[in-house]
Design a protein around this ligand. Structure first.
Ligand code: PRP
Ligand code: URA
Length: 215
């Protein structure tokens, strides 16, 4: 996992399985069920990388033969915060790796004219600030939603934060890093640019609509 050479803060997870699944995810012929499965699998692969520096507690475990040293994740080690709606599609994949993770939610939608995010919901598990928080959203486009969500989490005392997304635009990466230089971004793909409507090119279209079949 190597940080991007010219976009500070960004790491693109370039594993062959990630690239393969991103290709399937982009395909306009991919049906809703497969799209959701791919989003889940990609989230799991990103989470594997994102959890590589989680602190562990040392203890022991009784094997059938003897006592052995053991390392375990502390309670409340990980909290997931999907940005509604589309971030929900990444939660099951991360939970398969870290089933003890707790889940908060932050509701934001982009105003279609201004493209600026409007917050309508925020509920974060108590104690989240004592562990690692993963902010989840498949799309980092203008960056407005992710910047706003990260700000809201920091206002609740959260300092150990990483942002996991499936497709990022350079514009969004720059805006996010300018606002939150302390928050690493892990992406499955870095795309070319945004179009005039704030959609990522080549992108995958509207992630929420493809996940939930709303269009
Ligand atoms: C999409 C996406 C991000 C946001 C990214 O959500 O899931 O949250 O746009 O765009 P930005 O980087 O320009 O803020 P949308 O606002 O369409 O809401 P939805 O998930 O409810 O469809
Ligand atoms: N939100 C999406 O779902 N897709 C984009 O390309 C940009 C924002």
């Amino acid at each position: 996992m190597t940080p991007h050479a010219s976009l500070p803060g960004l790491t693109v997870v370039a594993h062959p399985l990630v690239r393969h699944k991103v290709a399937l995810l982009r395909d306009t012929a991919t049906p809703k069920k497969l799209f959701a499965e791919l989003a889940e699998e990609l989230a799991m692969l990103l989470a594997y990388e994102a959890t590589s520096d989680l602190p562990l507690e040392r203890g022991t475990v009784e094997t059938p033969l003897e006592s052995a040293p053991a390392e375990r994740l502390p309670q409340e080690a990980v909290t997931l915060v999907p940005i509604l709606r589309a971030g929900l599609g990444m939660v099951p994949g991360v939970l398969r790796l870290v089933p003890t993770a707790r889940v908060g939610h932050i509701g934001l939608f982009r105003d279609h004219d201004s493209l600026e995010p409007v917050e309508y919901y925020c509920k974060i598990p108590t104690g989240a600030e004592r562990g690692q928080v993963f902010l989840l959203d498949p799309m980092l486009a203008t960056g407005g939603s992710a910047v706003n969500a990260a700000t809201a989490l920091k206002q609740r005392g959260i300092t150990r934060l990483k942002f996991l997304c499936l497709v990022a635009a350079p514009e969004g990466v720059r805006r996010f890093h300018d606002a939150h230089p302390d928050v690493p971004i892990l992406a499955a793909a870095l795309d070319r640019e945004l179009n005039a409507h704030g959609y990522i090119l080549p992108g995958l279209g509207d992630a929420g609509d493809r996940l939930f079949g709303t269009k």
